[in-house]
Design a protein around this ligand. Sequence first.
Ligand SMILES: [Zn+2]
Ligand SMILES: [Zn+2]
Length: 338
Amino acid sequence: MKAIRIPEPYKIEVAEVEMEKIQKDDEVLIKVKAGGICGSDMHGYHGTSPFIKYPVIPGHEFAGEVVEVGPAVKDIAVGDHVSVDPIVTCGECYACKSGRYNVCSTLEVRGVHRDGGFREYVVIPASSCHKINKDIPWEVACLVEPFTIASQSLSRGSVSKDDIVYVAGAGPIGLTILLTAKSYGATVIIADIADEKLFRAKNIGADYVINSKTSSLEAFLEEHENIEGITLAIDAVGHPSIIEGILPNMMPTGRVVLLGFLKEASSLIQMEVTKRELDIKGSRLSCNKFPVVVDFIEKEMFDPRKIISHKFSFLEVEEAIRTLEEKPNETCKVVLEF
Ligand SMILES: [Zn+2]
Ligand SMILES: [Zn+2]
């Protein structure tokens, strides 16, 4: 069978690899149908991920059809369409035992720490597979994972319809947060430095957009007296200055959720947090959110296709990567079809 492989940084190829077989009773064999290319796949390509050992098969956003099930598999049958939670956890550590397996102390992600889903067939434990209605298009089914990231961050921020949500970053993650927050009925302001990205955000439902190159959240709030302040802020970029700009504009009781993975320090003023009793929380991957997102998609609460900018056959992966590299502002989610 064929698989996409990154043999070393800045090289990506379609290789002939051996097909995996079901080894454990609780596993299923999936014929992969579609996958979304994500920032971490690009980190793998650029050699900037500390977790990747080469060669690696990338891909942690994928969906497919079940073609074989192990003898102990009960809830999933041959022919089912499934979206795969790429997280591999220990089940034993403090985080796992407290139900928050997404921050397991030995956490691994398929496509990052070990081979992922960008191949024609893949074996996955049934417990990581989430059934999705057969009339949902594959390009949508493969995007459940990025929407679980949005769902997790909004649930960490206790989103409600009354919230004024500020999202920093209008890339694919920022847009999944936007669509999900809108489906809760919240007001969403989204900021970025690229007009093309803000144009897309506005088109798919952002109430307000801010170009952080030419304006700021503070200036925006001064201009919009109808908006008292931000009640929920989500930083999908992680630049140290972003949280510094967010804190003074938060309403009392506001929640600030951080998704960034950068190592630079921010200077936070304690008083800004204390006097308004703000919650500052991290959000990583997702925990029990696959069923939530599948349900939202099946009920058409939002349309994940709105974040897709390009589709390629997986055989054209080099061209897909080139497009992402050369057109960072015109591309959003790039989907590979298998
Ligand atoms: Zn992703
Ligand atoms: Zn664990």
